[in-house]
Design a protein around this ligand. Structure first.
Ligand code: ZN
Length: 291
């Protein structure tokens, strides 16, 4: 299929009450494993990279691999840049072929956050069919080099959400509701369901305008994930779970088959592990068969 942006994928999800996984990859083989799982389940898909891996691989190479995979797949696939606070790098990735850009200016004050986010919205909308995600409040955990301690995050004000979305001209909105990056320290992390529900009612109550994004999917109990989806979470970011899956698979392979020195078999083994993990997530999010 032709490449699509995230909003095109997420409007039907928000309307029909399922979520699309935004799966974080750090190399091209992971990307292939993610795509294979989504194709097998006939699920719409968002592939994402954080800033550091996209710089390491080069944005044009990530976008080139994405475009080849997406155009030959029978499902809609978006490529998303996650948590970028550098306006110029947001533009670089948009020009390279990413189809959704998250400008994360959430560490700035309210007006500066809006100003930075709107700059990226206007650039991406002028450039082409590229949607933009913004964040209000901060998410706990580690994203690239940015560390926010659990319990020290700033949750999104529902009252400010409508003004933020209107003035920043974003297509997708990530309100901080207590979910966190990395591994949760508590087995029952505080997640502010009421806050998400209120924000969703304010923004999308009569008709869906701005699909909502949940960050920090790794480690949430399945019933928590399902509840977040039912309250309007339409894009679900998953990163740490995939990194653990990849490294555990490589570790297992090397411990068992190191003496073969067969890198192709190692890659294939790790890709199978990623494919199985993505299958679990797509099934939980309810996007199987929705492509
Ligand atoms: Zn995030």
């Amino acid at each position: 299929m032709p490449v699509v942006n995230a909003k095109e994928i997420l409007m039907p999800a928000a309307q029909d009450g399922y979520a699309v996984g935004a799966f974080n990859v750090t190399n091209i083989i992971m990307m292939e494993g993610v795509v294979e799982a989504a194709v097998e389940l006939d699920a719409p898909l968002i592939i994402q990279t954080s800033v550091t891996p996209s710089q390491f691989l080069r944005p044009d190479i990530v976008a080139g691999a994405y475009r080849s995979l997406a155009e030959s797949a029978p499902i809609p696939i978006c490529l998303h840049l996650d948590h970028c606070d550098d306006i110029e790098y947001c533009k670089t990735c948009a020009e390279a072929g990413y189809t959704n850009i998250m400008i994360d200016a959430s560490h700035h004050d309210f007006d500066t956050n809006i100003e930075h986010t709107a700059q990226v919205s206007d650039f991406c909308h002028d450039l082409g069919n590229i949607s933009v995600e913004g964040e209000l409040g901060t998410v706990a955990g580690v994203e690239d080099e940015v560390v926010v301690a659990e319990g020290q995050e700033q949750l999104c004000s529902a009252d400010q959400a409508v003004e933020f979305v209107e003035r920043s001209r974003i297509d997708l909105f990530a309100p901080a509701i207590g979910t966190a990056h990395g591994v949760y320290k508590s087995s029952h992390p505080f997640v502010d369901f009421e806050r998400l529900d209120k924000i969703n009612q304010l923004l999308n109550g009569s008709t869906v305008k701005v699909p909502l994004v949940v960050h920090g999917g790794t480690g949430l109990a399945p019933d928590v994930v399902e509840k977040l989806v039912s309250l309007g979470g339409a894009k679900f970011n998953v990163s740490t779970d995939l990194k653990h899956t990849w490294i555990d698979a490589v570790d297992e392979y090397v411990r068992t088959y190191k003496s073969e020195y067969n890198t192709g078999k190692l890659d294939s083994f790790a890709k199978d592990a990623i494919r199985n993990k993505i299958t679990e997530w797509i099934t939980l999010l309810g996007s199987s068969g929705k492509a």
